[in-house]
Design a protein around this ligand. Structure first.
Ligand SMILES: Nc1ncnc2c1ncn2[C@@H]1O[C@H](COP(=O)(O)OP(=O)(O)OP(=O)(O)O)[C@@H](O)[C@H]1O
Ligand SMILES: [Mg+2]
Length: 331
């Protein structure tokens, strides 16, 4: 297997609240290899963004959050290094693209200036060199007439162009790992597809690892090689993308797959939905966290928490049903 870029080991993040610590992610472990795109999926509130923000230590450790576990970046635990050193890692070795490009770009500076700054924070190059690199980055992300675009302000660009600029900024220092947290949600469908194609193309060209966080299982099917499924702060299933779709083992994974709108088939058929909603962090149930919403739950599921168990070399599942030899079926 190729080199591991990042490995999370038993990672937990708890927020400091008036009611004490609330654990938003609990014992999350996964890794990403060079050149690989790992998908992270799950409903809203499952802890996808908290996981990605924790990797970059974006929560203040004194006032906001408590971290446990390890984040190994090319073997080094970056949760333990002095906080100041994290600034070197952010942007240079790990970059992040957020959902909302418009609010992430500064309206008062040209896009060229913003890319140059991103380059110059981490590399000692002249302004002129940085400008040349900025133009190269814009052309790398598929922006036509980059020499002209570097001189423009964010409001002069369309939403899709701005998201491309954000990606150019994230890639300016050729990071080893790109974390893309819902990078296309705010864009319309054709632009979404273009941005995703771009991420795949750059992932291959630059051989970087990518963590792609998304609600959209269709996007996962087209771009990711492996997937982790999160539910209420925990991983409930991890598998190759083929197994996630053809051979899901966790009832939650199956529920997510069945909730994908399809073009073919009976259009009048009501879309499947997983009953209920993700509980609040202050109301995490004992036992399996998904039990209350699970069509297969038995008594044991309400009282005991299943472990995440390997079921093959490439697949893991957190479910008693599977471990007891039972299967799951489409509704
Ligand atoms: N700063 C914070 N303080 C307290 N709780 C927080 C904080 N940030 C997130 N949470 C809680 O942590 C849980 C996980 O949130 P997170 O943003 O990771 O969800 P998500 O999976 O990214 O959802 P979405 O798909 O909506 O982006 C939620 O219950 C959320 O309310
Ligand atoms: Mg999120």
């Amino acid at each position: 297997m190729s080199e591991k870029i990042i490995e999370l080991q038993n990672l937990s993040t708890s927020f400091r609240t008036e009611r004490g610590l609330l654990k938003a992610i609990d014992g999350v472990s996964f890794d990403v290899h060079k050149g690989e795109i790992l998908g992270v999926v799950g409903e809203s509130g499952c802890g996808k963004s908290v996981t990605s923000q924790t990797i970059l230590r974006l929560y203040d450790e004194k006032y906001t959050a408590v971290y446990e576990g390890k984040v190994l970046l090319e073997g080094e635990d970056i949760l333990q290094i002095p906080y100041k050193k994290m600034q070197d890692i952010r942007g240079r070795r790990i970059s992040m693209v957020f959902q909302d490009a418009l609010s992430s770009l500064n309206p008062v500076f040209t896009v060229g200036y913003q890319i140059r700054e991103a380059i110059r924070i981490h590399q000692k190059v002249s302004k002129k060199q940085a400008n040349k690199m900025a133009i190269e980055m814009l052309s790398l992300v598929g922006i036509p007439a980059p020499e002209r675009r570097v001189k423009q302000y964010p409001h002069e660009l369309s939403g899709g162009m701005r998201q491309r600029v954000m990606i150019a900024i994230s890639l300016a220092c050729k990071p080893r790992l790109l974390i893309a947290d819902e990078p296309t949600t705010a864009l319309d469908v054709t632009i979404q597809a273009q941005i995703m194609d771009l991420i795949v193309q750059l992932n291959q060209q630059l051989d970087m690892g990518v963590i792609l966080i998304t609600h959209d299982l269709g996007v996962v099917a087209e771009t990711c090689s492996r997937v982790v499924v999160m539910y209420l702060g925990q991983i409930v299933e991890e598998a190759n993308v083929e197994d996630i779709f053809d051979n899901p083992k966790h009832p939650y994974t199956l529920g997510l797959i069945q909730s994908i709108p399809r073009l073919e088939g009976d259009r009048n058929k009501e879309l499947y939905t997983i009953k209920g909603t993700v509980p609040l962090l202050s109301q995490i149930p004992t036992g399996c966290r998904f039990a209350k919403r699970c069509p297969y739950a038995k008594e044991r599921c309400n009282t005991q928490m299943p472990d995440l168990i390997p079921v093959s070399e490439t697949q893991k599942v957190r479910c008693f049903r599977y471990l007891e030899g039972g299967g799951i079926r489409y509704a």
